[in-house]
Design a protein around this ligand. Structure first.
Ligand code: SF4
Length: 420
């Protein structure tokens, strides 16, 4: 490997990390260095929490320890057979970079992953050493998200949780057959075994902290995972069902969906084009419906087409309401919380406000208008004291009426990813 300076390594290893979507820092309780102890508070002045328009967190230093790897996962730009420039940081170099970036207020924490060098255990040791040194040698109290390696010794994976706010173990692909085909060196049983162990450690640590305040923190932001969408032939129905199973079995905080992007010099078994980014977006919306709106995977799957794909032109909640019109309209003055949560255009906050205010008076259409960004979308599905949609709910062209207006194409916009 040619000798590279830190700047060159950073260019290579930050670029190599961009394919990982699971870096959002939501769901963790923040460590606090106000009061003069330690460093790395994310609550102080001048620290900005920036997110890209697609929701990805951009205020973390997001890098790989190395982009060299002994594995050969077909979808990965860092695979052994890929002809990319390789670089490697030492654990201490990552520690210094994180501290320097932090002191300059560029970042609020670190997201660290790695290709596998030497062995899974050796790589995991290096990842843990970065987090340990930041916490113990430098009293760093910023956010740390560590990617863990399922093949590594469970004790090493557990140590990651002692220092990191969040840990993640990627399932990589939605189906076992996809994993066998595209990442033959990975084993779904080992991945799930590592997630199960992590869940037990998180639950044990939480119980211990309830009893003893001095008990050590353990991955307070929980664990997450990532699935690559569009690299294999798994449809949206299969992805949604798999995600729900992972949430239920391993107590995950988040499942991230990452639309497969064609990589330079791709393997012949990969598709030539990327799936539409809208597909990723619809999967996130479905995920949201299951986690916060009480939808079952079966209900989400019911909105898919005959190929098991979610509609791209409308969101899954609207697709559900259009498909099951017999469940609408619902009377906002009488309906249960569960029924209200299924109304397109009503979010969880709006439903909470409806439930609170209808105890004092009957709600009218104007009241609902104040709670939604699109009354047009809500109206066909509700009844209020002064509004009843009569035949609107059953109109054959209701979908067309509710579709977002087509946007004028921008002559100077970059071409779509699949353009010839
Ligand atoms: S193990 Fe990770 S870094 Fe290595 S090829 Fe597979 S996905 Fe890429």
């Amino acid at each position: 490997m040619a000798r590279l300076d830190t700047q060159q390594k950073l260019e290579i290893l930050a670029d190599a990390a961009k394919y990982d979507a699971s870096c959002a820092s939501s769901g963790s309780s923040r460590r606090d260095s106000r009061g003069g102890k330690g460093m790395g508070s994310t609550e102080g002045m001048g620290i900005c929490h920036a997110y890209a328009p697609d929701g990805r967190c951009i205020s973390l230093l997001k890098i790989l320890l190395t982009n060299s790897c002994i594995f050969d996962c077909h979808y990965c730009i860092n695979r052994k057979s890929s002809n990319v420039r390789r670089a490697r940081f030492t654990a201490q170099e990552v520690v210094q970079l994180t501290l320097n970036f932090y002191k300059r207020n560029y970042i609020e924490g670190l997201f660290l992953s790695s290709g596998i060098i030497g062995s899974s255990n050796y790589t995991m040791e290096q990842l843990v050493e970065v987090a340990r040194s930041l916490r113990e040698d430098h009293d760093f109290r910023g956010y740390i998200h560590l990617k863990t390696i399922p093949d590594a010794d469970p004790e090493l994976v557990r140590q990651a949780g002692l220092h990191a706010d969040r840990v993640s173990i990627n399932v990589e692909l939605p189906t076992r057959s996809g994993l066998r085909k595209l990442a033959p060196e990975k084993d779904d049983k080992r991945i799930e075994g590592a997630m199960k162990d992590m869940k037990s450690s998180i639950v044990d640590a939480r119980d211990a902290r309830r009893k003893y305040r001095s008990a050590p923190r353990f991955a307070p932001g929980g664990q997450s995972t990532q699935m690559i969408v569009g690299a294999d032939d798994a449809n949206d129905g299969a992805i949604v069902t798999r995600a729900r199973t992972l949430y239920d079995r391993f107590g995950l905080r988040r499942v991230y969906y990452s639309a497969f992007s064609p990589i330079p010099e791709p393997s012949a078994v990969l598709p030539l084009t990327r799936p539409p980014l809208m597909r990723e977006h619809r999967l996130y919306q479905s995920d949201w419906l299951m986690r916060f709106y009480g939808f079952t995977p079966k209900e989400v799957v019911a909105t898919t087409d005959d190929k098991g794909m979610l509609p791209l032109d409308i969101d899954p909640k609207l697709a559900f309401a259009l498909k099951f019109r017999e469940q609408f309209p619902v009377d906002v003055n009488r309906a249960t919380r569960e029924q209200l949560l299924r109304v397109p255009g009503l979010g969880t906050k709006a439903v909470g406000r409806i439930l609170a205010s209808r105890r004092f008076r009957s709600l009218r259409l104007d009241d609902i208008a104040r709670l939604t960004v699109s009354l047009k979308k809500v109206r066909p599905f509700i009844v209020t004291a002064d509004w009843r949609p009569t035949l609107l709910t059953d109109r054959a062209n209701l979908k067309a009426l509710l579709m977002p207006a087509p946007a004028q194409l921008d002559l100077f916009a970059p071409p779509p990813a699949n353009a010839a």
